[in-house]
Design a protein around this ligand. Structure first.
Ligand code: HEC
Length: 194
């Protein structure tokens, strides 16, 4: 008799639990069921794409204030035109220590990125030119297409050229960091004296 009762109680309990699970899972459509460490899902911090009452525009991901730049970003506020080139030519000077090490690194970078067109000694006779590419003017003896002798090109003019390119020469801004550009320029200054 007692054994029978035990089974009945157990059966009733199972039915009750099953009913609760069924009814509760149907009521709350957003329920994800049992969660381990729910703080990980229902966290207090706002997601970047979530509405946010703390800001006037109601967004969590705020646009940086106008004029701000990322940490480590080097500004070069000269436009890609003749005026920007001339202005950079008089205002922009290298801040790089003129050490033997920087010169040596500049030479390596020049050999990789510039010599295919400009040639190893900067005479505008690189391997690409031998295959029909229009030859750049010699750094020491040529004339710039923007006026003046190539040997007189200043820090800022060369930096402007590497950053934006000029005519058939493309920009090297994505290949060379500002510091690397200044190293290359050290070496170009040497080639201007050859
Ligand atoms: C794809 C070939 C090519 C490569 C690579 C190249 N250049 Fe040039 N470069 C040219 C050509 C062509 C000109 C002449 C453009 C003109 O004035 O019409 C030129 C012109 C220049 C000038 C003269 C700009 C002026 O004011 O007249 C400088 C300085 C210069 N290059 C530096 C570099 C440096 C530094 C590198 C390597 C980071 C480099 N170039 C890589 C083709 C190249």
């Amino acid at each position: 008799m007692l054994a029978m009762n035990k089974f009945r109680i157990l059966g009733a309990a199972v039915v009750a639990v099953a009913a609760t699970v069924l009814s509760s899972s149907c009521n709350d459509k957003r329920s994800t069921g049992w969660e381990y460490a729910p703080n990980m899902y229902e966290h207090i911090a706002y997601d970047p794409d979530q509405k946010n009452p703390n800001f006037a525009d109601g967004k969590t991901a705020q646009v940086p204030p106008a004029g701000t730049i990322p940490v480590g970003f080097v500004k070069f506020d000269y436009p890609n035109n003749k005026d920007g080139y001339e202005l950079a030519g008089t205002e922009v000077k290298t801040m790089l220590p003129q050490t033997q090490n920087n010169y040596a690194e500049g030479k390596v970078l020049y050999m990789h990125f510039c010599s295919p067109c400009h040639g190893e000694t900067g005479q505008g006779d690189g391997t690409v030119v031998a295959h029909g590419f229009p030859p750049p003017p010699s750094y020491s003896k040529g004339q710039s297409s923007r006026g003046g002798a190539m040997k007189d090109l200043t820090d800022g003019k060369i930096y402007h050229t590497i950053t934006y390119g000029v005519n058939a020469m493309g920009s090297y801004a994505s290949q060379l960091s500002p510091e690397e550009r200044w190293k290359v320029i050290m070496y170009v200054h040497h080639l201007q004296t050859l």
